[in-house]
Each structure stands twice: as C-alpha cells, then as structure tokens.
Design a protein around this ligand. Structure first.
Ligand code: E4P
Length: 226
C-alpha cells in the first residue's frame, strides 16, 4: 500500500516527504481554499508541490470545469505544469468523456468523488489511472464507507483495464476521505492500492502509546548502564 498526503499545505507536504514514505499528494478546491490559496496562484502552487515531492510522486490537481471541453482544456493546462501532475475529475458524464480524451492524449486522471462499484468501473473503462472512493463522506450519510471501498477493490480486481489507461498501467484505487488510522488499517487489509490521508492522520499512524512508553523505558534503563 502506498500513502499519499491529502493536503495543499506546503509545510505539511515538505514534512511528510522528509519522513521517506510519501508516494504522492492529492489536493482539491476545499484543501486549497483552506490554506488561503488564491486563484491566481493556483498553478504556481501545484508546481511548488510537484517540486517538493519530486517527479516520481503523482500530484492530483482538480479541475472545477463542468463541461467536457473545458475539463479537457483545463486538464491539459494542469498536466503541462509538471510531469507528475494527475488531473482530478469528478465522476459524472462530462468527467468520463473528458477522462477518455485526456487518457487518449497520455494525460493521467484521478477520478474523484466515487461512491459505487458501477462508477468505479466506468472510471476504469474511461481510462482513469486512479479512482478515488470516499470513505468518511459515505459514513457521514450512514452508509458503510469501508465496505464500499472493499467492493470497489474486489470488483476492479476481477478485470484487466490496462488497455484503457495511459501507458497500459493498471488503474489503482485511492481510498480517500480517510478520517482515522483505523480506516488505513481496514484499507490495507482489503488491499486498496493507496490511502490518501490528512497530515493529522499520518501523524497518528506513526504513534502508539506502547511505542512511546517503550522508548521512554529503554532510555531510562540506558541511563543505568552509563
Ligand atoms: C481526496 O482525493 C479527497 O479530495 C479527500 O480525501 C476528501 O476528503 P474529505 O471528505 O475529508 O474532504
């Protein structure tokens, strides 16, 4: 399982990247607004994220266009910012059509706001390189977000979608809208390819009270050795 950071905050991204386990970044309009981002700086901001994480880490940048023509134009502009930009497009008819066009031009798409197996299969058939089912938001409406991601992982695993995607890469499932380290555990057990996590969850993933207690006792005992 790979970990992406779900944020537009440059300090969080730089810090997480320095830990050595970061494989990518996902952003969305809300995350960019949350850090006080302004429209005129958006492209520079995405470029800066790409520089921080390096060319091997995909960085998802979302289009807010709602028509396929504008989505494709916007997607091309975003993809031109850096080789590791992945265009994030919502799961909708116009988004599927735009994904097909972008994939045919060699541009990778992360199909976002996915909540069902049929949506995920359509994303895969349209050439999406990633599909992002949301856990927390599904839980919020009293559905089972984890079960939904598990169904999507199982369903996509039944088929080979490589003929549809850029460079014949198999589509990967990004478990998104993750709210806890326990969500990450569940996603790893079901075999989700990637979990995109907020920085707060990433920090919680590292720590455990028994780890901290153990370190403290080892350090105390080492004092006795000196
Ligand atoms: C990631 O790609 C999504 O945009 C993100 O995980 C959404 O998370 P939220 O439901 O906590 O806003």
């Amino acid at each position: 399982m790979k970990f992406f950071l779900d944020t537009a905050d440059l300090d969080e991204i730089a810090e997480a990247a320095s830990w050595g386990a970061l494989a990518g970044v996902t952003t969305n309009p809300t995350l960019y607004a949350r850090i006080g981002g302004k429209l005129e700086h958006f492209h520079d901001h995405i470029k800066r994220i790409c520089e921080i994480v390096g060319p091997d880490c995909p960085v998802s940048a979302e289009t807010v266009a709602m028509e396929r023509k504008e989505m494709v134009e916007d997607g091309k502009r975003l993809a031109a910012l850096a080789p590791n930009v992945v265009v994030k497009i919502p799961t909708m008819v116009e988004g599927l059509a735009a994904t097909r066009e972008l994939a045919d031009e060699g541009i990778r798409v992360n199909m976002t706001l996915c909540f069902t197996v049929p949506q995920a299969i359509l994303a895969a058939r349209s050439g999406a390189r990633y599909v992002s089912p949301f856990i927390g938001r599904f839980d919020d409406i009293s559905e089972d977000g984890i079960a939904q991601v598990e169904d999507i992982v199982d369903a996509l695993g039944n088929y080979d979608f490589r003929e549809n995607t850029v460079n014949g890469e198999q589509i990967e499932v990004i478990a998104a809208s993750i709210r806890s380290a326990n969500h990450v555990t569940q996603c790893a057990l079901m075999g989700a390819d990637i979990a995109t996590v907020p920085f707060g969850v990433l920090k919680k993933m590292v720590s455990h009270p028994l780890t901290e207690k153990g370190i403290e006792s080892f350090l105390n005992d080492w004092e006795k050795v000196k």
